[in-house]
Design a protein around this ligand. Sequence first.
Ligand SMILES: [Cu+2]
Length: 235
Amino acid sequence: MRERRLSVLLSLAIILILNTPAFCEDSELVKNFKNARVLNDEKEMVAVIAGNREKIPAEVAVLLDQATAPGVTEEDKRGNFYIAELIATIYKDQFGDPQLLRGVKIRYYDTLLSPPVRPTPAGGVYMVEMPAPTETAKNLFKPDNIIIKKGETVKFVNNDVSKHILASVPFIGETGLFSSDMETGHIWEHKFEKPGAYYYFCFIHRSMLGKITVEDTEAAPAPAGGQPSGGTPAK
Ligand SMILES: [Cu+2]
């Protein structure tokens, strides 16, 4: 009896917390979904999604915008991504459409990466390093978010003391990366023939995340400042 009362009180507390407007007021639909989630009422969760097919993508878009808005707290960010992923998962199961869930995952992974950079390839090859650990950082790809062009090659170099295995993140973006075991000093290179976004992670250290965006262009970009002659010779 007492446990029951306690669990009801706990549920109510969580409802109150989840319903506290943090950044933006939730829509009626999201409120209903969150309440069903708190009560562990799976039937109701599915009903909210199944009965609102047309509305769901826009609702998820709002959740994602809130999650990535400037100044959002880490807690609100996580909470919104969690609810968005849950809604998109049920949406996928109900309507057989995985695109919404892909979109949620991509937006989430992008928040974990550094802003994208366009490094200068050395001899036509880019390098992504797994550096030796420092006091503040370990198990990472550096740089972790680069933009290259179709047909270019990236060399992944393990300068770390640990073994890493590089693999495509399943389900989102282009797949097909798999390095197998990379011991210290090991180099694995991959030529990117197909344009698209390649998300990859370490099979052993799952929080190690990287992204390669392959642009559908083979031409060198025009120099921003209108570089005169004497620049790099054409390949
Ligand atoms: Cu690793």
